[in-house]
Structures are given as C-alpha cells and as structure tokens.
Design a protein around this ligand. Sequence first.
Ligand SMILES: Nc1ncnc2c1ncn2[C@@H]1O[C@H](COP(=O)(O)OP(=O)(O)OP(=O)(O)O)[C@@H](O)[C@H]1O
Ligand SMILES: [Mg+2]
Length: 456
Amino acid sequence: MERKFTILIADDDPDIFPLIRDILAEGDYRLLSAGSGEEALGVMDRDPVDMLLVDYQMPGMDGLDLLLATRKRHRDVKVCMITGYGSVDVAINALQAGAVDFFQKPFSVPALTARVAHHKRLWDLARENLLLKKQAGVFLTLSDMVGNSRPMRRLKNLLERAAASDANVLIKGETGTGKEIAARCIHSLSARSAMPFVAVDCASLSETILESELFGHEKGAFTQAHTAHVGLARAADGGTLFLDETGEMPPALQSKFLRFLQTREVRPVGSAKSYPVNIRVVCATNRDLAQEVEEGRFRRDLYYRLHVVPVATPPLRECREDIALLASHFVHRYCVRNAVEKKLAKETILCLERHSWPGNVRELENAVHRAAVLSDGPQILPGDLPSEILCGAAQPAAHPPDEGLEKPAGDSMEDYERAAIMNALKKSSGNRNRAAEILGIGPATLYRKLQKYGLH
Ligand SMILES: Nc1ncnc2c1ncn2[C@@H]1O[C@H](COP(=O)(O)OP(=O)(O)OP(=O)(O)O)[C@@H](O)[C@H]1O
Ligand SMILES: [Mg+2]
C-alpha cells in the first residue's frame, strides 16, 4: 500500500490537533498527535513520521528541545515550529536550529494548507528521486555485491552494521576488490540514502585544486577562480563524502581535513566565512595507512578519526568460490546491454577459477567482458580468454606461466587474441586441431582467425 505523508502534531493544547486536522482535511495526509515533547519522540520511535508540527511553548520538553532531539534521532523528519503571533525571534531561532518552516497562531488557513502541501511535494520528489536512482543503478543494495563466500558474507554483514551507524568508515583493500561498491552500499543502506553520495579522488588532483574541490572557493580566490565554487563537502551536505585513495592526500590538506572533521565546518578558499556541514565520511585506500602513519606520511590523529569502523574488502584469490558467480554476473550484464545470448562454457569457468587474479574483481570483469566480445557463438570458450589467463590455467604449476610464451603486443583484444593463438600453436607444436582444442574453438574458427592475423 502507498505510504501517506505522515504529519505528527505535538502540542499540549488539546484543541490544536482537531483544528489542524480540519484545516488539512482536504489533503492526502495521515495525521498523528502527541500531547508533549516526550510523547512525540515515542511516536517517532514507533511510527514513520515525515513532518513534525510542534508548538514552541510546551511544559517539560519545549518545542526547541524537541526540534533538536528530532534532528539527532530522526534526521529525515522535517520540523515546522508553531509560534505565538508576533514572536519573530522564536521563529528565527527555530529556523537556525534546523526547522524547515514556522506557522504563527492563530493559523492562516490558506498559508497553512499551501505550506504543508509544498513540503509534501518536496517529500514526493525526494521519494521519486530515490526510486529513479534505484532504477538507474546508482543506488546499490547488498545483492549488487556479488559473492556468497565466507569472506564476502562477513563483508556484507560488516557493511550493514557500518551503514546503521553514522561513524566514519575506512575501507582497506587491494585494487579492484570493490572498495567503491562497498562505500556506495554503506551510503545506500544508511539513513542518509536520500541525500547525495559525493566521491572525491585524492590521487587525481594537486594539493591546491583538491582543497578547492573539497571546500570550495570564492570568486577570484586564485587566478583561475572566475566563479565561486561551493565545494564537494557542502555538495554532500546531509549525505556521504567518499574520499577515494585517502592515503594520497597531501600533508597540508590532511591538517585542513582534520580541522573540518573537528569543527564540522568548511571554509572555502579565499573566504572569511565558515559553513556548517553534516556529512559522514567513508574513505578507501589500497595502501596500509597504519604503516603510512608509522612512517610519518599520514597524520595519526586524522587516521584515528577516519578509522572508526574499519572494513576490509577481501582479494578475489580468497573468494575463489565466488569466481563462477561473478563471471556469470558479468556475462549476464554484457548480454543484457548488448541484447545477445551468451554463456560461459564449463572449461572456461575452470580456467577462470585457476587464475590468481592479481587485479581482483576488476580484472575478472575485464577478462570476461573481453571474452564475451571475442566469442563467436553462444558459448564463451577458453580460447576467448586473454592469453595470460588461459596460459596460467593451462601450465603446470611448476612452470612459470609465461615461460617462452608470446606476450600480447598491445592492450587491444586483437593483440590478446593473436598472442593466445600463437601460444596455442606453440603448445600443440603447430597442430591446428589440437590448438583449436586448447583455445576451445572449432577448427574452422581457428582457420578464419589465422587468416585474419596472417598466421597461416
Ligand atoms: N562483489 C562484487 N560484485 C560485483 N561487482 C564487483 C564486486 N566487486 C567489484 N566489482 C566490480 O569490479 C570493479 C572494481 O570495483 P571497485 O571500483 O569498487 O574497486 P576498488 O577496490 O575501488 O578498486 P581500485 O582500488 O582500483 O579503485 C567495478 O566495476 C565493480 O563494479
Ligand atoms: Mg576505487
């Protein structure tokens, strides 16, 4: 059933709830009431609430206290303050403390109905946005992290627990092990999921550019600053800032980032003003940051602030039982995108399972993708795999896999295919039928490819 926009009215005056209920009767809302601040918190703990209309003056927990407690415990609830007529200071206080709107008593019926309808429209848009993100694949769930091996199950469990907290997370792992996917999962599963996920790559930018990318700059702050830039930290406000390759952050910026984490305020380059920002930081690194700290390249205090929840993404060689699952997942994705039907042959899966995958899941993804492109028929055969994978799998362990074998001349698929064919011919001592068998393709296909590469 479609969830209705739910408004909780917290007022100690018992006449207010029926009054607002009558005013809002035309709208498609679900209305709840609470007679005190404490009761309102209890309702929000039990029931999903989207908007809180709260009277500023209540005995016990007053409106401002309830507003602050709600901002902490139920971040998604939009709070509107109800104030007495003419109490502008109170309204300003409430807005500064995070209220989205205020209404003065006695209520103006058109103003109250129009403003509440406006907030409901914003809520509808946020939900629609979330749905679209899900459909576009930006929003990830744990099922997008393919793998059922023990290390992957442990990782998913940890990601779920990390998402439930609001603590900073440091993801460590070798290249291509899915650190970015893990960061996106944490965001998508967290209470911040409707807000932005913003990624910054610390390795790709110089120190000054990185600072202005992160914290923004004023117009004219430096030569190229023709316009003001809000900065990625503020762009992520309410959501998650993903700092990729954190170990590459230049030392001067490490100090500035630490200050930002301590004060939760950003000061754009060239600005005298600071702006409050509410973000969770998820970092990723393939360096051993603890070692970097020991060697004086990374600030210890910053390391401790970022390292609140440590998460490690396992290398693929420790999740061998996931290789077949991952490979089929990538083939399936390729087929859907290209409207074709292809499957991995059993022998191809065996080859994939024997490889050591130094480049982890990314290497597997690329290898499978390339093989899907190269394969002629509906079956993806071992011969369609890059030669280093095929050779590594075919060689007895006692021999280095590439001893005496051809290396691809370049990085194109044709280079790999050409090298794979030459190696198969070497291993079969020139016997084409045997070479075709090694490559897992038919003799006629091999013949065509030999002609194509001028190897006949
Ligand atoms: N468990 C997984 N399930 C599905 N796809 C995965 C998984 N792990 C990684 N991938 C895919 O592998 C590729 C690499 O993943 P990702 O970019 O998250 O790795 P990374 O650890 O950030 O790598 P790097 O250190 O090189 O930046 C991506 O295309 C991602 O979609
Ligand atoms: Mg990455």
